[in-house]
Design a protein around this ligand. Sequence first.
Ligand SMILES: Nc1ncnc2c1ncn2[C@@H]1O[C@H](COP(=O)(O)OP(=O)(O)OP(=O)(O)O)[C@@H](O)[C@H]1O
Ligand SMILES: [Mg+2]
Length: 263
Amino acid sequence: MRGPWQGGEPKAGSCFGHANEREDVGLASVAEFDSVGLRYGTGAEVLSDLDFRLTQGGFYFLTGASGAGKTSLLKLLYLAQRPTRGRVRLFGEEMSEATRDALPHFRRRIGVVFQDFRLIRHLSAFDNVALPLRIRGASEAEVDGPVREMLAWVGLADRASARPATLSGGEQQRVAIARAVINRPDLLVADEPTGNVDAELANRLMHLFTALNRLGTTVIIATHDIGLISATPGAQLVRLENGTMVDPTGLLRNPPRPGGSAQ
Ligand SMILES: Nc1ncnc2c1ncn2[C@@H]1O[C@H](COP(=O)(O)OP(=O)(O)OP(=O)(O)O)[C@@H](O)[C@H]1O
Ligand SMILES: [Mg+2]
């Protein structure tokens, strides 16, 4: 049986897969923000004038002080929020023109690690991780191996039958990560995914993200962890300050072409 990681199992020690090293990856846009602003209710804008694009196979860290708007930006990416102005394109499609019925199709291409995990309380760790596969229509025979493999990778092989309430914060976070990556999404959005684990485990989880990235997934991770960022050479850093993006090099607007200059 072929698991979702077949042909590219996550391996500890795998190095960062930079998009330009892979011949099969062009620089198609996975996400494009055009003059995007977001306000909640009648409040002031929490995100303003966001103009950037994430390219296929890219690896991005999103940083910024608490309250800067990281989670809000990620919500726009995983379609939990619509912008109050501007345009968001995902996988080449204009999201403001997408019908409500079309959104689940896009959401299935996105793996999300929520800042507050959002595990389903009445399901075991195993069943939480299995959910994206079952939603996709995988048979039980196709579910068991990959889920056990993924739980083992995040160090929870012996907790498969545990309900979320009986798991520690770090264990819940690892279940959430396993659930987000099991389907090998086209885009992985992770909000402080290592906020509850020690440095060694954080390192191991980063190997999982970089392995996924090497298989073609575009990855964006919100984090305050400078150690994590410096341990991932080649990743692009995106910084939010008071709801606007700091992109002094212009790299996000004009990503470099393979072998060419930034223009
Ligand atoms: N549902 C909401 N309703 C109203 N205001 C909100 C809502 N969610 C976030 N905000 C406000 O939007 C701003 C950005 O919040 P956001 O959660 O995006 O920040 P963050 O960078 O993720 O912070 P942290 O590092 O603490 O997770 C904050 O001022 C916050 O109070
Ligand atoms: Mg946040």
